[in-house]
Write a protein that binds this ligand. Structure first.
Ligand code: SF4
Length: 262
């Protein structure tokens, strides 16, 4: 094909060395959290965790002041619904951290919280079938103290099929729905659960693994999913994504359903 193209063009195409074709290094999904040195000497950027992407107006104003006083005045937003302050002098890092923590925010996150994303949910969006941010917080709080996860994971909760939180590319994706609880049509908030979605070099749409899970049962279900991964992964290096893709959905469900939780 190349030689045919070159014949057509009437010249040789440029060639690049094999090193230019090497695959990209894997994403470090928690890399945006914490203090990191910038290329510029003595300058640092600080990744701040916003619980499920939420902050109050007072926190916004105070963070803007930290960026002005101790950084270069820039604030950047991440796709994981967290926030970065850049250009902080090395001697000011401790002061910046103290001011951030005094606001009730943190610059470190568990493997579960670093990749936790939730759309606005029914607190602020008329399309939502569930209170996604509250349920995301409940899932994180429940699982953090019960599962010792040693690698980052993405859990995405989205309130409707518009999928602002992109449930279909999360390791675990929850799509809100109403779960019927009686013949009379009574219903409670809940989720269809998807697993094994990815982005970048791992791009894939997550297939559904559970339907009509009540929101109150979601924390225990996610706990079981994470515990099944830890118990049955091929090696400590196998990611949650690779583990889920190594199994058919039915086999995965068997492993998950076999995990005991409180
Ligand atoms: S995914 Fe749906 S419910 Fe959530 S913010 Fe977007 S439109 Fe609203």
């Amino acid at each position: 094909m190349l030689s045919l193209v070159e014949d057509k063009l009437g010249r040789k195409l440029d060639r690049v060395g094999g090193d230019a074709l090497a695959p990209r290094a894997p994403f470090d999904r928690a890399a945006h959290i914490g203090v990191h040195a910038q290329k510029q000497p003595e300058r640092n950027w600080i990744g701040i965790v916003l619980p499920v992407g939420r902050m109050s107006a007072d926190q916004m104003r105070a963070l803007a002041q930290v960026a002005r006083d101790l950084g270069d005045g820039d604030i950047r937003l991440t796709v994981w619904q967290n926030l970065i302050i850049s250009g902080v002098r090395s001697e000011d890092v401790a002061a910046a951290q103290a001011r951030i923590e005094a606001l009730g925010l943190s610059i470190s996150a568990t493997s579960i919280r670093a990749g936790l994303v939730a759309c606005t949910g029914n607190v602020g969006c008329k399309f939502a079938a569930s209170d996604t941010k509250r349920h995301a917080e409940e899932i994180a709080r429940w699982c953090e103290s019960r599962v010792a996860l040693d690698s980052p994971i993405n859990i995405h909760l989205t309130g409707c099929h518009h999928s602002c939180a992109q449930h279909y590319i999360g390791d675990i994706g929850l799509l809100a729905c109403k779960v019927q609880t009686s013949e009379d049509g009574d219903a409670v908030e809940g989720y269809h659960v998807h697993v094994g979605g990815g982005f970048g070099p791992d791009a894939a749409i997550a297939p559904e693994i559970y339907r009509d899970v009540k929101a109150e049962e979601a924390p225990r279900l996610v706990e079981r999913m994470l515990k099944a991964y830890l118990a049955h992964r091929a090696s400590p290096q196998e990611s949650f994504l690779a583990f889920t893709r190594r199994h058919e959905i039915a086999a995965l469900r068997n492993l998950i359903d076999g995990e005991a939780v409180e």
